[in-house]
Design a protein around this ligand. Structure first.
Ligand SMILES: [Zn+2]
Length: 115
């Protein structure tokens, strides 16, 4: 009868010399090793869940709120509108409501005596 060490805990594993040589000192270790091999084969051990932040496109309302909170962004929007007007791009039907809103802004500014 020869003795080898358990691959799991290092305790001696006795082998009678007949049949397959035991690698573990106990049935529990043998089962644990089997479960680990099985999990590794199915990828369960290698699987790591990584939660990623998905970048969400801000809504138009959120963009407007951010622009209104920044004098510089407001100025750049007005400059952009001026460029569109200068190049005839505000004359399209798509900008009818834009021009109406622009007229309201101009009217409000000119009607206000504090300006
Ligand atoms: Zn053992």
């Amino acid at each position: 009868m020869d003795v080898e060490m358990c691959r799991r805990c290092g305790r001696p594993v006795h082998w009678s010399g007949r049949g397959r040589r035991a690698r573990w000192c106990s049935q529990a270790w043998r089962r644990a090793a089997y479960e680990e091999r099985r999990a590794a084969a199915s990828g369960a051990i290698a699987v790591r869940v990584v939660q990623r932040e998905t970048a969400r496109e801000p809504s138009p309302a959120e963009c407007v709120a951010r622009v209104l909170a920044s004098p510089r962004a407001c100025r750049e929007v007005l400059n952009g509108l001026t460029t569109l007007a200068a190049t005839g791009q505000l004359d399209t039907g798509a900008h009818t409501a834009t021009l109406t809103a622009l007229g309201r802004l101009v009217h409000t500014l000119t009607a206000d005596d504090t300006w």
